[in-house]
Design a protein around this ligand. Sequence first.
Ligand code: SF4
Ligand code: SF4
Length: 232
Amino acid sequence: MRVWRNISELGAGLWTTLRQLGRTSTVSYPEEPLNLPPRWRGRPVLTRDPDGDERCVACQLCSAVCPTRCIELQAGERPDTRRYPLTFRINFSRCIYCGLCEEACPTLAIQLLDEFAFSKEHHADFIYEKEALLIDGTGKHPHYNFYRHSGVALQGRGFWWPAVLVVLLTAVLILLFSRRPDLMVLIQEIGPGTVGRALFGPYLWLTEAVALLLFAVIAAVLAIHRRDDHDA
Ligand code: SF4
Ligand code: SF4
Protein backbone atom coordinates (compact mmCIF):
# COMPACT_ATOMS: atom_id res chain seq x y z
CA MET A 1 0.00 0.00 0.00
CA ARG A 2 2.80 2.35 0.82
CA VAL A 3 4.34 1.75 -2.64
CA TRP A 4 1.05 2.71 -4.34
CA ARG A 5 0.74 5.81 -2.22
CA ASN A 6 4.27 6.90 -3.17
CA ILE A 7 3.55 6.28 -6.85
CA SER A 8 0.31 8.29 -6.72
CA GLU A 9 2.07 11.20 -4.99
CA LEU A 10 4.84 11.08 -7.59
CA GLY A 11 2.21 11.10 -10.34
CA ALA A 12 0.45 14.09 -8.77
CA GLY A 13 3.73 16.01 -8.66
CA LEU A 14 4.51 15.18 -12.29
CA TRP A 15 1.01 16.20 -13.34
CA THR A 16 1.46 19.59 -11.65
CA THR A 17 4.72 20.07 -13.56
CA LEU A 18 3.12 19.03 -16.87
CA ARG A 19 0.23 21.45 -16.35
CA GLN A 20 2.67 24.36 -16.14
CA LEU A 21 4.41 23.48 -19.41
CA GLY A 22 3.98 26.25 -21.95
CA ARG A 23 2.84 28.77 -19.34
CA THR A 24 4.95 31.80 -18.52
CA SER A 25 4.97 33.03 -14.95
CA THR A 26 7.94 35.36 -15.33
CA VAL A 27 7.03 39.06 -15.54
CA SER A 28 9.35 41.42 -17.35
CA TYR A 29 9.37 44.03 -14.63
CA PRO A 30 9.54 47.05 -14.88
CA GLU A 31 8.29 47.00 -18.48
CA GLU A 32 5.29 44.94 -17.34
CA PRO A 33 3.38 45.97 -14.21
CA LEU A 34 3.30 43.56 -11.29
CA ASN A 35 -0.01 42.12 -10.16
CA LEU A 36 0.30 42.76 -6.44
CA PRO A 37 -1.97 40.96 -3.96
CA PRO A 38 -4.65 43.14 -2.33
CA ARG A 39 -3.00 42.99 1.11
CA TRP A 40 0.43 43.92 -0.19
CA ARG A 41 2.36 46.13 2.24
CA GLY A 42 4.31 48.81 0.40
CA ARG A 43 5.58 52.17 1.57
CA PRO A 44 3.48 53.77 4.35
CA VAL A 45 1.73 56.99 3.35
CA LEU A 46 -0.58 59.46 5.10
CA THR A 47 -4.03 59.62 3.51
CA ARG A 48 -6.85 62.15 3.55
CA ASP A 49 -10.53 61.68 4.32
CA PRO A 50 -13.13 62.08 1.52
CA ASP A 51 -13.47 65.82 2.36
CA GLY A 52 -9.79 66.33 1.62
CA ASP A 53 -8.77 66.93 5.26
CA GLU A 54 -5.81 65.16 6.80
CA ARG A 55 -6.93 62.03 8.59
CA CYS A 56 -4.03 61.97 11.05
CA VAL A 57 -4.90 63.33 14.49
CA ALA A 58 -1.32 63.11 15.77
CA CYS A 59 -2.17 60.57 18.48
CA GLN A 60 1.33 59.03 18.31
CA LEU A 61 0.00 55.46 18.35
CA CYS A 62 1.83 54.54 15.15
CA SER A 63 5.05 55.93 16.56
CA ALA A 64 4.58 54.02 19.83
CA VAL A 65 3.86 50.70 18.14
CA CYS A 66 6.58 50.91 15.46
CA PRO A 67 9.13 48.19 16.32
CA THR A 68 12.02 50.01 14.64
CA ARG A 69 11.15 53.45 16.06
CA CYS A 70 11.28 55.01 12.62
CA ILE A 71 8.26 57.33 13.01
CA GLU A 72 8.55 60.76 14.60
CA LEU A 73 5.87 63.40 14.78
CA GLN A 74 4.79 66.52 16.59
CA ALA A 75 1.16 67.37 17.32
CA GLY A 76 -0.48 70.66 16.40
CA GLU A 77 -4.01 71.99 16.93
CA ARG A 78 -6.17 73.89 14.47
CA PRO A 79 -8.37 76.83 15.52
CA ASP A 80 -11.38 74.45 15.49
CA THR A 81 -9.47 72.30 18.09
CA ARG A 82 -8.90 69.47 15.63
CA ARG A 83 -5.44 67.96 16.06
CA TYR A 84 -3.07 67.37 13.19
CA PRO A 85 0.61 66.48 12.78
CA LEU A 86 2.74 69.59 12.70
CA THR A 87 5.61 67.45 11.51
CA PHE A 88 5.60 63.78 10.53
CA ARG A 89 8.75 61.94 9.61
CA ILE A 90 9.44 58.32 8.64
CA ASN A 91 12.92 56.91 8.18
CA PHE A 92 12.41 54.30 5.46
CA SER A 93 15.93 52.96 5.83
CA ARG A 94 14.70 51.45 9.12
CA CYS A 95 11.10 50.59 8.17
CA ILE A 96 10.49 46.85 7.87
CA TYR A 97 7.01 47.22 6.30
CA CYS A 98 5.43 45.23 9.09
CA GLY A 99 2.17 47.18 8.91
CA LEU A 100 1.83 47.62 12.68
CA CYS A 101 1.47 51.38 12.31
CA GLU A 102 -1.49 50.82 9.97
CA GLU A 103 -3.06 48.38 12.41
CA ALA A 104 -2.71 50.81 15.30
CA CYS A 105 -3.98 53.93 13.54
CA PRO A 106 -7.48 54.81 14.82
CA THR A 107 -8.31 57.11 11.91
CA LEU A 108 -7.01 54.92 9.05
CA ALA A 109 -4.62 57.76 8.22
CA ILE A 110 -1.42 55.80 7.80
CA GLN A 111 -1.67 53.04 5.20
CA LEU A 112 0.79 50.77 3.49
CA LEU A 113 -0.11 51.12 -0.17
CA ASP A 114 1.51 49.43 -3.16
CA GLU A 115 4.62 51.53 -3.73
CA PHE A 116 7.69 49.37 -3.22
CA ALA A 117 10.17 50.49 -5.89
CA PHE A 118 12.11 53.32 -4.39
CA SER A 119 15.85 53.20 -4.02
CA LYS A 120 18.24 55.91 -2.89
CA GLU A 121 21.94 56.46 -2.93
CA HIS A 122 22.23 57.86 0.58
CA HIS A 123 20.57 56.82 3.82
CA ALA A 124 19.51 60.39 4.52
CA ASP A 125 17.37 60.36 1.38
CA PHE A 126 15.15 57.69 2.94
CA ILE A 127 13.96 60.12 5.59
CA TYR A 128 10.57 61.32 4.33
CA GLU A 129 8.94 64.40 5.79
CA LYS A 130 5.21 65.03 5.99
CA GLU A 131 5.09 66.78 2.59
CA ALA A 132 6.35 63.59 0.92
CA LEU A 133 4.18 61.27 3.02
CA LEU A 134 0.81 63.00 2.72
CA ILE A 135 -1.00 61.95 -0.44
CA ASP A 136 -4.09 63.52 -1.98
CA GLY A 137 -6.20 60.37 -1.97
CA THR A 138 -8.10 58.27 0.55
CA GLY A 139 -6.09 55.09 0.00
CA LYS A 140 -7.82 51.78 0.75
CA HIS A 141 -10.80 53.35 2.50
CA PRO A 142 -12.49 55.75 0.06
CA HIS A 143 -15.53 56.58 2.22
CA TYR A 144 -14.12 56.58 5.74
CA ASN A 145 -14.13 59.79 7.74
CA PHE A 146 -13.17 59.36 11.39
CA TYR A 147 -15.14 62.43 12.46
CA ARG A 148 -18.35 61.05 10.98
CA HIS A 149 -18.04 57.79 12.97
CA SER A 150 -16.46 58.74 16.26
CA GLY A 151 -18.98 59.60 18.98
CA VAL A 152 -21.95 59.42 16.61
CA ALA A 153 -24.94 57.36 17.79
CA LEU A 154 -25.59 54.52 15.41
CA GLN A 155 -29.11 54.06 14.09
CA GLY A 156 -31.16 51.18 15.43
CA ARG A 157 -28.75 50.44 18.24
CA GLY A 158 -29.05 50.99 21.92
CA PHE A 159 -30.32 49.39 25.05
CA TRP A 160 -34.00 50.28 24.87
CA TRP A 161 -35.50 46.82 24.87
CA PRO A 162 -33.31 45.33 27.62
CA ALA A 163 -34.30 48.46 29.58
CA VAL A 164 -37.97 47.66 28.92
CA LEU A 165 -37.34 44.10 30.14
CA VAL A 166 -35.80 45.40 33.34
CA VAL A 167 -38.75 47.76 33.91
CA LEU A 168 -41.24 44.92 33.28
CA LEU A 169 -39.33 42.66 35.64
CA THR A 170 -39.36 45.34 38.33
CA ALA A 171 -43.11 45.88 37.83
CA VAL A 172 -43.80 42.14 38.14
CA LEU A 173 -41.74 41.95 41.33
CA ILE A 174 -43.52 44.97 42.86
CA LEU A 175 -46.89 43.40 42.00
CA LEU A 176 -45.81 40.12 43.48
CA PHE A 177 -44.52 41.66 46.69
CA SER A 178 -47.59 43.83 47.14
CA ARG A 179 -49.80 40.73 46.96
CA ARG A 180 -47.58 38.72 49.29
CA PRO A 181 -46.93 40.59 52.56
CA ASP A 182 -44.70 37.76 53.72
CA LEU A 183 -42.34 38.56 50.87
CA MET A 184 -42.26 42.19 52.00
CA VAL A 185 -41.28 40.98 55.45
CA LEU A 186 -38.52 38.98 53.84
CA ILE A 187 -37.24 42.08 52.06
CA GLN A 188 -37.31 44.09 55.30
CA GLU A 189 -35.41 41.42 57.17
CA ILE A 190 -32.98 40.81 54.40
CA GLY A 191 -29.63 39.57 55.54
CA PRO A 192 -27.35 36.56 54.97
CA GLY A 193 -29.63 34.22 56.90
CA THR A 194 -32.75 35.42 55.12
CA VAL A 195 -31.14 35.10 51.71
CA GLY A 196 -30.04 31.57 52.56
CA ARG A 197 -33.54 30.65 53.65
CA ALA A 198 -34.96 32.23 50.51
CA LEU A 199 -32.57 30.28 48.31
CA PHE A 200 -33.19 26.92 49.93
CA GLY A 201 -36.55 27.44 51.54
CA PRO A 202 -40.08 28.03 50.25
CA TYR A 203 -39.00 30.98 48.08
CA LEU A 204 -36.70 28.93 45.88
CA TRP A 205 -39.02 29.29 42.89
CA LEU A 206 -38.93 33.06 43.23
CA THR A 207 -35.15 33.33 43.30
CA GLU A 208 -34.95 30.92 40.37
CA ALA A 209 -37.40 33.02 38.38
CA VAL A 210 -35.51 36.23 39.14
CA ALA A 211 -32.20 34.58 38.20
CA LEU A 212 -33.67 33.33 34.93
CA LEU A 213 -35.04 36.76 34.07
CA LEU A 214 -31.71 38.41 34.87
CA PHE A 215 -29.96 35.82 32.76
CA ALA A 216 -32.33 36.63 29.87
CA VAL A 217 -31.54 40.35 30.20
CA ILE A 218 -27.77 39.73 30.23
CA ALA A 219 -28.06 37.39 27.22
CA ALA A 220 -30.08 40.03 25.36
CA VAL A 221 -27.49 42.73 26.06
CA LEU A 222 -24.67 40.43 24.90
CA ALA A 223 -26.62 39.52 21.75
CA ILE A 224 -27.06 43.21 20.92
CA HIS A 225 -23.36 43.83 21.43
CA ARG A 226 -22.44 40.93 19.17
CA ARG A 227 -24.81 42.16 16.47
CA ASP A 228 -23.38 45.68 16.71
CA ASP A 229 -19.82 44.34 16.42
CA HIS A 230 -20.85 42.30 13.40
CA ASP A 231 -22.56 45.28 11.73
CA ALA A 232 -19.69 47.71 12.43
S1 SF4 B 1 5.54 49.49 8.64
FE1 SF4 B 1 6.33 48.80 10.65
S2 SF4 B 1 8.45 49.47 10.68
FE2 SF4 B 1 7.45 50.61 9.02
S3 SF4 B 1 6.78 52.54 9.93
FE3 SF4 B 1 5.06 51.09 10.12
S4 SF4 B 1 5.32 50.13 12.14
FE4 SF4 B 1 7.28 51.11 11.62
S1 SF4 C 1 -0.99 58.24 11.56
FE1 SF4 C 1 -2.69 57.42 12.78
S2 SF4 C 1 -1.71 56.43 14.55
FE2 SF4 C 1 -0.18 57.80 13.61
S3 SF4 C 1 -0.37 59.71 14.74
FE3 SF4 C 1 -1.67 59.89 12.92
S4 SF4 C 1 -3.70 59.22 13.63
FE4 SF4 C 1 -2.23 58.52 15.18
